[in-house]
Design a protein around this ligand. Structure first.
Ligand SMILES: Nc1ncnc2c1ncn2[C@@H]1O[C@H](COS(=O)(=O)NC(=O)C[C@H](N)c2cccc(Br)c2)[C@@H](O)[C@H]1O
Length: 493
């Protein structure tokens, strides 16, 4: 791993040192008398010590719950109430206070684990063996209801997805993978497994480097990274403010993205700046870590309006199921994505009801008792059999009884001269829901005129898909995981 050194430069932690730190941390955790299944909250950004701590938890069968330092106190309290962890750990300079007994607290750092308050007595250890089906980690996502849902992933789930990715031989030991996701997002856990399973170097990008494009690109250049893993929205400010500096990243041979659809026009701009790099689209919900890895053509064909999410990695399957419960395999026909395979999550923590709604009897083989994950995502088969992402089922909206493909509106608005990004949303109004579009413009460029934008859309799309409100914004609001926060856009209207 490569990370900022105390003196301000970069330091390298070898695999040997990582193993030593992991073993030392495991010894200290074991001495606390925790039992297989006892949870440990790990609050940190991705660092060698954080990686050593979560690997130590995994070896001892202690499900780790990664949270990022920026997490608001009341959200941490909700997670602590939900998961009832035995122990809460933070890094040497973590500033969290207020984690109350009976939860034990401590800090991890280069010189090992320091306990501040021992976890309450746990009684005699009930288990001696850690099995593949035990919980490796629990990722708390902000469920739509607001109460956080804990996605419990087993060791088998993580390893089977990483093994599937491994079959593509995407990295060599000489590669240096820049990770940009916060530790609480399973994209960060993937980056750790992705780099380590190829013997490559993981280079977590310090959060302070992510806010300014020049500083972000400077870090990537100085750390000589060969791969950059990021959600598509992370590239928007870079493309807007530093497109020419991007072309200096001659070491970058791979761009891996996930979490949201990469807007085609933005993807083409990025590809233009990195003509030698390959672009890998990883798709999948946290409930399976992810399910598919698809290399996209560079450059993307000019007529491409949707991106391929390909097919599942070996050992797993993506199936499209129609409203009638039958397989959809006709090119162009939209169906809901169902996932089958060993990387399915165990369930939502302590929430069997919500789990039953996600893990359902296999519609193609109900007698088998096998459960499959219904994703709530829509896709259609392309002529080549690969699936093309269509968005979330719950984001299909109607205007005056007509179904609006928000992606089509966004594609058209994005072609308007001077517009660099477009997000469409149907917002409620006293009379009837209205179509709004939020646009970003080139730095210092002209402010697009709302009427001209509407006329530009009206020229090619049906009237009900013409936005009634156009908002020019400096930047799109993002979620804690770096995706466009569509819910927050409503506040802009
Ligand atoms: N490649 C896409 N194109 C389009 N829409 C995508 C893509 N990847 C997701 N999504 C959307 O995001 C939802 C899921 O969100 S999530 O649970 O927070 N997980 C994630 O985003 C991250 C994802 N688990 C993951 C984890 C590890 C490694 C990788 Br690499 C990716 C999916 O159901 C999709 O709606």
């Amino acid at each position: 791993m490569v990370q900022p050194a105390p003196d301000g430069g970069l330091e390298t932690i070898t695999y040997g040192e990582l193993v030593d730190r992991t073993d030392r941390c495991a010894g200290a955790l074991d001495a606390l008398g925790l039992d297989v299944g006892d949870r440990v909250v790990v609050e940190s950004d991705t660092s060698a010590d954080a990686v050593a701590t979560i690997l130590a938890c995994a070896t001892l069968g202690l499900p780790f719950i990664p949270v990022s330092p920026g997490l608001p106190d009341e959200r941490l309290r909700a997670i602590l109430a939900g998961a009832e962890p035995a122990l809460y750990l933070q890094g040497p300079d973590g500033r969290r206070t207020g984690v109350d007994a009976p939860i034990g607290t401590g800090r991890f750092g280069p010189d090992g684990l320091r306990t501040e308050r021992a976890p309450a007595a746990r009684g005699p250890r009930r288990r001696r063996v850690v099995t593949a089906v035990d919980t490796a980690y629990i990722i708390f996502t902000s469920g739509t209801t607001g109460r956080p849902k804990g996605v419990a992933m087993s060791h088998r789930g993580v390893v089977s997805f990483l093994r599937g990715v491994r079959t593509f031989d995407l990295l060599t030991a000489d590669d240096r993978v820049a990770g940009t996701a916060p530790l609480q997002f399973d994209f960060a856990l993937f980056d750790i497994g992705f780099a380590l399973s190829h013997g490559a170097t993981l280079v977590p990008v310090p959060r302070a480097r992510l806010t300014w494009p020049r500083r972000f690109l400077g870090f990537l250049r100085d750390a000589e990274v060969t791969h950059v893993d990021a959600v598509p929205s992370l590239w928007r400010p870079v493309l807007r403010h530093e497109p020419e500096m991007l072309t200096e990243l001659t070491d970058v041979r791979g761009v891996l993205f996930s979490g949201e659809a990469f807007p085609p026009h933005e993807l083409r701009s990025l590809q233009g700046a990195l003509p030698k790099a390959r672009f890998l689209n990883l798709y999948g919900p946290t409930e399976v870590m992810a399910i598919s890895v698809t290399e996209l053509p560079n450059p993307l064909p000019p007529e491409a309006e949707r991106l391929s999410i390909g097919s599942a990695v070996p050992g797993a399957e993506m199936t499209l199921i129609g409203p009638d419960g039958r397989v959809v395999d006709e090119p162009g026909v939209v169906g809901e994505i169902y996932l089958r395979g060993p990387s399915l999550f165990t369930g939502y923590w302590n929430d069997p009801e919500t789990t039953r709604r996600a893990l359902v009897p296999d519609p193609l083989d109900p007698a088998s008792g096998r459960l499959v994950l219904r994703t709530g995502d829509l896709a259609s088969p392309g002529p080549d059999g690969a699936l093309y992402f269509h968005g979330r089922a719950d984001s299909q909206v109607q205007i005056r009884g007509n179904r609006v493909e928000l992606g089509e509106v966004e594609l058209r608005v994005a072609e308007f001269p001077g517009v660099t990004g477009a997000i469409a949303a149907v917002l409620p109004h006293d009379d009837e829901p209205r179509l709004h579009v939020f646009v970003t413009r080139a730095a210092g460029g002209p402010v697009p005129d709302a009427k001209n934008v509407a006329d530009f859309v009206r020229a090619v799309l049906p009237a009900y898909m013409v936005p009634s409100h156009v908002h020019v914004v400096e930047a799109f609001p993002l979620t804690a995981n770096g995706k466009v926060d569509r819910a927050a856009l409503h506040a802009f209207a």
